[in-house]
Design a protein around this ligand. Structure first.
Ligand code: FES
Length: 178
């Protein structure tokens, strides 16, 4: 992102959010813990974003402002971190986030067909969430398990060597848990 783009983006965040939300005591305790581990407050930024995401499901503009305020770091720096790490969700997501690898090894082994199958099963495309809020489908770069391509993650679970039957089984299992 260019300098101008980033500054525009930050202005939008500040005017959209109006003010920072109040961090919960649990969020503050976990951020304080990270501050003991990292000497530089800026370095705590990414961990703080992950903490907020764990508790809130995603990182709203109000949350981003709250973290920046609490850590006393510029909003632009924190937004830069959030933009760089594509696993920080800046939009609301469903209960189960499917991180679908579409990098080269997965592509060679037919991930396109698998992605279409998921789309048919759930009625969503990349970047979309099902109407019942159960699943969000997001593309990700290589998940580091190319030998077992095609690969996807749902929450913290890695699913390898995907085929249509496996995908049906995985989706059904998560639907059962909801
Ligand atoms: S390319 Fe998909 S896991 Fe590496």
């Amino acid at each position: 992102m260019s300098e101008v783009g980033m500054s525009d983006n930050v202005n939008v965040i500040v005017s959209n959010a109006k003010r920072a939300r109040k961090l919960t005591p649990e969020e503050i305790a976990e951020i304080e813990h990270e501050m003991e581990l990292y000497p530089d407050k800026k370095a705590v930024g990414l961990e703080a974003l992950k903490i907020i995401q764990k508790h809130q499901g995603w990182v709203s503009d109000e949350s981003l402002l709250a973290i920046a305020k609490y850590l006393a770091i510029p909003v632009a720096d924190l937004e830069g971190v959030a933009t760089f790490f594509n696993l920080v969700y800046r939009q609301p997501v469903g209960k189960n986030v499917i991180l679908f690898c579409n990098s080269v090894s997965c592509w060679i082994t037919g991930c396109d067909k698998m992605k279409r199958h998921i789309g048919d099963r759930l009625g969503i495309d990349f970047g979309e969430t099902t109407a019942d809020n159960a699943f969000t489908l997001l593309p990700v770069p290589c998940l580091g398990d190319c030998d077992n391509a095609p690969v996807m993650m749902v929450g913290d679970d890695l699913h390898r060597r995907l085929d249509f039957e496996k995908i049906d089984e995985i989706i059904a299992n998560y639907q059962k848990q909801d």
